[in-house]
Design a protein around this ligand. Structure first.
Ligand code: ZN
Length: 259
């Protein structure tokens, strides 16, 4: 039986009601692909939006002749251009190597140091529990973000993790978690055709990955159109889907899985 009363008493926070959003991306293009239209909408509503990208994206090419540094610097510029299209307030790349050869704790500590400064009330990351996902960067980004949201709630845990914490300067942070690339969305953000257009323009700034007339872009564009309409529920409405956990749902609250 669904916990209707509990859902009414302890509802999932609505994404659009937050004020400061941090989007954590495994690679330079994931945030726009998964959440571009939502970001366009949030910016329209006056929400502060920050991007933190974990890896440098050096695995994003099958061209063996391409010099790694050239690709890394191209992808860094593309990420900035994509963020500019969406009106994002800040963007930072932690520059871990693409391909999962790093420690989740280390990434989480880096994220905590940024979260206590940015003080987001909502943090977006890939769903670390997506059963079909095989890319380690996607799974690890979700795990690191989840761990960072937990650690940043407690100065005592920051101390245990040996994270420098200036209690006079920073506050602990209580953030809603919103997982994208999820198979079990519990909240949909309705987006307009203009939001989707801006998202697509931002994705196309990632020229090393998608060119306007390329088969890769045609396939992605078609998939995004279908996904947004499927999540919109009605043929003429579009949405992006998230698995949202408010601060109160993040510990010892198994009923959220039946919401
Ligand atoms: Zn990716």
């Amino acid at each position: 039986m669904k916990p209707f009363l509990l859902k009414k008493l302890v509802p999932i926070p609505k994404i659009e009601n937050h004020k400061i959003a941090v989007f954590i991306g495994p690679h330079p293009d994931d945030i726009e692909i998964a959440c571009g239209a939502t970001i366009a909408k949030l910016k329209r509503l006056g929400v502060q939006v920050h991007f933190i990208i974990i890896t440098d994206g050096q695995g994003g090419s099958t061209d063996e002749m391409l010099i790694e540094d050239v690709l890394i610097s191209a992808r860094s510029q593309e990420a900035m251009d994509g963020a500019t299209v969406l009106g994002v307030d800040s963007i930072e790349n932690l520059n871990y190597p693409d391909g999962g050869i790093y420690e989740i704790n280390d990434v989480a500590h880096n994220l905590v140091e940024r979260l206590v400064v940015l003080k987001p009330d909502i943090v977006f990351s890939p769903d670390p529990h997506l059963p079909s996902e095989i890319h380690p960067d996607h799974l690890m980004a979700g795990q690191a973000a989840t761990l960072a949201v937990y650690i940043s709630q407690y100065p005592s845990v920051m101390k245990i993790h040996h994270i420098d914490y200036d209690i006079k300067q920073y506050h602990s942070v209580q953030s809603t978690l919103a997982y994208y690339y999820t198979h079990r969305p519990n909240q949909r953000v309705t987006v307009s055709p203009l939001d989707c257009q801006l998202a697509n323009q931002a994705i196309l700034k990632h020229q090393s990955q998608f060119q306007d007339s390329s088969p890769a872009w045609k396939a992605l564009n078609q998939y995004l159109w279908l996904r947004r309409h499927r999540l919109g529920g009605l043929f003429h409405r579009m949405a992006e889907g998230y698995r949202v956990l408010g601060p109160i749902h993040q510990h010892c609250f198994p009923e959220i899985n039946d919401y």
